[in-house]
Ligand binder design. Structure first.
Ligand SMILES: Cc1cc2nc3c(=O)[nH]c(=O)nc-3n(C[C@H](O)[C@H](O)[C@H](O)COP(=O)(O)OP(=O)(O)OC[C@H]3O[C@@H](n4cnc5c(N)ncnc54)[C@H](O)[C@@H]3O)c2cc1C
Length: 456
């Protein structure tokens, strides 16, 4: 794995040795950084186990890439198969609790075909409300509109974080920190090693959008039941590009009917710089370019759909994600690394804390690469959540320690819920038994998770 390259300025304010000028806003058992799928699961589970928990989220709602990035569907629940035509669920635990609660609100579709497997499309507003309810009922203290900008350390131990909001800067002190930022925001600020894609190449971002006023009957009759586009759409995109009338950089696209009438969720754009270069979205200049290029591409794909795809003639763009969808930034270098071979070989392990049956879904080049795992799954080792050095810190979510292609499978939402579940379970063990994260056995985390409803 490649070590994180240099990002000028990324260490500014990275380390604050208990700056006495900063007031302490809270002292808790557990600080969770980020309220995506992993953070919501981690904070809820830790609080339900009696720990005092604060969750810090920079936006005004939870959901992260699934909601702010509007990734749109919860992938990762079901096996893939060449022969099975009904979904077989293999992931449960907190992921299933959230799925059930969201479905109960009417915020989730039935399983939809996605190539050789299935997925479920969610309503991003109801996703937020479902998260609010879990966190409130568990007694988590949530601070929205607040960012973690630095860390508080004592030797190798992390004791808290510096937070910043419109009210100013302060610290939160905690016995344990769960970095569920997606970007390894805490681990990177601590100066611990991170990896960055495949020798610095990361998957491309995508701006997802919703299309309203679609004649779903006409659309469905043409498109068919698979949310991955049929070959005739690939051909139509290629022809459209050849005509010079459209510029559509990705020719294999995915479209999901949503929970709302006459509406589609469109995963089509492929964002690179105006000069064609890979965008490094850790850098705000590149992130900004991704947003602008993304908005233009959304209009271009919407125009193509209206002009060419039956049922879409009268359609309009309802909205895009709050931010461009970011698939990959930093991954931690952990005690264990999820290897590409572990994924391809469907490796099971005694210290496995989550099943993954999702394909390697790699977004780079003209069309996404899909490598299916048929009728089987692999397991992610506990050690992939534990940074190789540092005390009191564990990660949850897509910044886990994984090789590039392995991450392209392991990063989806159902699994991120379960990584949060695992991180919280380990955190509770770590506090109760006064044991460092790297001494805790994955086997024990696994056993506790099974008792809490996970299938492993
Ligand atoms: C375009 C795209 C399409 C995708 N499609 C699918 C799909 O169809 N189905 C699927 O299951 N998965 C999909 N994924 C993947 C999936 O959405 C994510 O991998 C998953 O949601 C990540 O969850 P997470 O909790 O690890 O991180 P995130 O969801 O990224 O959550 C991290 C949270 O931390 C917050 N945060 C970050 N830094 C700080 C800080 N310093 N201070 C405070 N808060 C901070 C962020 O605001 C965010 O809310 C897609 C992803 C993208 C980008």
């Amino acid at each position: 794995m490649e070590q994180l390259g240099s990002f000028p300025g990324w260490r500014i304010d990275g380390r604050l040795e208990g700056n006495p000028a900063l007031p302490t806003l809270a002292e808790v058992d557990v600080l969770v950084v980020g309220g995506g799928a992993a953070g919501v699961a981690a904070a809820t589970v830790a609080a339900e186990k009696g720990k005092s928990v604060i969750l810090i989220e920079r936006y005004g709602f939870c959901g992260g890439a699934a909601v702010a990035g509007m990734s749109g569907t919860i992938c990762g629940f079901y096996l893939a198969s060449d022969s099975r035509n009904t979904p077989e669920q293999v992931v449960f635990g907190f992921a299933e609790r959230f799925r059930g609660a969201l479905a109960g609100r009417g915020g989730l579709t039935d399983p939809q075909i996605y190539g050789k497997t299935f997925t479920v499309t969610h309503d991003p507003l109801m996703w937020r409300e479902t998260a609010d309810q879990f966190l409130e009922e568990a007694g988590v203290r949530v601070l929205f509109h607040t960012a973690v900008t630095g860390i508080v350390t004592e030797g190798p131990a992390l004791n808290g974080a510096v937070i910043e909001s419109n009210a100013g800067r302060s610290t939160v002190l905690a016995k344990r920190i769960i970095d569920a930022s997606g970007d390894a925001a805490v681990v990177a600020r601590a100066g611990f090693r991170c990896a960055f894609g495949d020798a610095g190449r990361i998957q491309n971002p995508t701006m997802i959008f919703r299309l309203g006023n679609v004649d779903l009957e006409a659309f469905g009759a043409y498109w068919g039941p698979d949310t991955i586009c049929p070959p005739k759409v690939v051909t139509a995109i290629e022809q459209a590009n050849r005509s010079g009338i459209y510029h559509l950089p990705r020719n294999k696209i995915w479209i999901f009917p949503t929970t709302r009438p006459n509406e589609l969720m469109v995963n089509a754009t492929r964002l690179s710089g105006r000069d064609g270069r890979m965008l490094n979205v850790i850098d705000p200049a590149d992130f900004t370019e991704a947003e602008i290029v993304g908005r233009r591409q959304v209009r271009e794909y919407a125009r193509f759909l209206a002009d060419v795809i039956p049922g879409c003639r009268q359609s309009f763009v309802v909205d895009t994600g709050v931010e461009v969808g970011v698939r990959q930034t930093r991954s931690i270098v952990g005690k264990s690394v999820l290897r590409n071979a572990d994924v391809v070989d469907c490796r099971k392990r005694d210290d496995g804390i989550c099943r993954v049956a999702w394909p390697i879904e790699l977004h780079s080049g003209d069309k996404p690469k899909l490598h299916w795992l048929l009728d089987d799954y692999y397991e992610v080792p506990y050690g992939a959540l534990v940074p190789e050095i540092g005390e009191n810190i564990i990660v949850a979510g897509r910044c886990l320690s994984a090789e590039h292609e392995a991450l392209a499978s392991a990063r989806v939402t159902a699994q991120c819920f379960e990584y949060g579940h695992a991180a919280a379970t380990a955190t509770v063990l770590s506090i109760d038994e006064a044991m460092p994260f790297d001494v805790i056995r994955g086997e024990d985390v696994r056993a506790a998770m099974i008792k809490q409803g996970s299938a492993l």
